[in-house]
Design a protein around this ligand. Structure first.
Ligand SMILES: [Zn+2]
Ligand SMILES: [Zn+2]
Length: 326
């Protein structure tokens, strides 16, 4: 499924099989998660995508053309971080997620809304046993970015999650495993998402623009809605952290300094490092993270994106591509 131009629908097209470049493997894709970032790319909210582009950066499949690290038949995940320079000040200080020249899967590099994808094997992960391909796909970004955001939220006992989509449904399970208390804040009146959050262990779920029943110690804002930032700052206690986890957000309205005062911290989380990936892939089976997915055929990618845009996905949307071949 190819994006020719931002703001247009993806087009189903037959492409030649990708040739592996230096250090790359070719992966036969079994499943590819649909991420909000894909929407931002398709809608033209992120600058300068490769065009035409195959989106998708939560890829689970089997190696079809092997390399040195992964052989034919190995099950691998291909994440958002597709390549880094290895020599800039960020790469050299354990912050490859901030590399100036980083290239991202499904944005600068063709991704997994396809039957085959070429990927630099140094950035691929082994996928934990115990997850089928569909359930593993959301771990690759919703899980990984959620996990990095949770780490940056610090030692919070009372954790607020603004926007209850694919990431939040995974983070809730990890946070509960760590004995934190989870408060889910959703669109006004979204009783379905609120019920889903409670099923997964949130002790309270309600509307995001109203204060939760008690102070939060930290909050993660997953929804791309700038209005939620002052709301989250107003909800966290002194010393609390508000982490913005999305790659794109509508403008944040101005707010009184008082909301930040008291050593509250406002920060973003950008991308992932390979270390995040390795840690989270090791953690997910120990927590027994269970992902809830809604499956779509590859040719239904536009519908999956439309449902995600409308907030009408429970858990994570995943394209089911070649699992029969596995
Ligand atoms: Zn770099
Ligand atoms: Zn993503």
């Amino acid at each position: 499924m190819v994006l020719d131009r931002p703001g247009t629908a993806l087009r189903e097209v037959e492409l030649p099989a990708p040739e592996p470049g230096l250090g790359q493997v070719v992966v036969a894709v079994n499943a590819c998660g649909v991420c909000r970032t894909d929407l931002h790319v398709v809608d033209g909210e992120l600058p300068d995508p490769k065009l035409p582009l195959v989106p998708g950066h939560q890829v689970v499949g089997r190696v079809a053309v092997g390399g040195e690290r992964f052989g034919v038949g190995d099950r691998v995940g291909v994440p958002w971080l597709g390549w880094t320079c290895g020599e800039c000040r960020y790469c050299l200080s354990g912050r490859e997620n901030l590399c100036d020249r980083a290239r991202f899967t499904g944005y600068h590099l063709d991704g997994g809304y396809a039957e085959l994808v070429a990927a630099d094997e140094r950035y691929c992960f082994p996928v934990p046993e115990g997850y089928d391909d569909l359930q593993a796909a959301p771990l690759l970004c919703a899980g990984l970015i959620g996990y990095r955001a949770l780490r940056l939220a610090g030692e919070a006992d009372r954790l607020g999650l603004y926007g209850f989509g694919a990431s939040a449904h995974i983070v809730t399970q990890v946070a509960r495993h760590q004995d934190r208390r989870v408060f889910a804040l959703t669109r006004t009146g979204d009783e379905e998402a609120q019920g889903f959050a409670r099923e997964l262990g949130a002790e309270w779920a309600g509307d995001a623009l109203h204060p939760p029943p008690e102070e939060l110690d930290s909050a993660i804002v997953f929804a791309p809605v700038g209005d939620l930032v002052p709301a989250a700052l107003a909800a966290v206690a002194k010393g609390g952290v508000v982490v913005c986890a999305g790659i794109h957000m509508s403008d944040i309205p101005s707010f009184p300094y008082e909301l930040l005062w008291g050593e509250r911290v406002l920060r973003s989380v950008a991308n992932l490092t390979r270390r995040d990936g390795e840690e989270f892939m090791e953690l997910a089976p120990r927590v027994r993270v269970r992902t809830e997915v809604e499956a779509f055929a590859l040719g239904e990618a536009n519908e999956a994106l439309a449902r995600l845009r409308a907030g009408r996905i429970r858990g994570a949307a995943v394209l089911e591509i070649g699992s029969l071949r596995a």
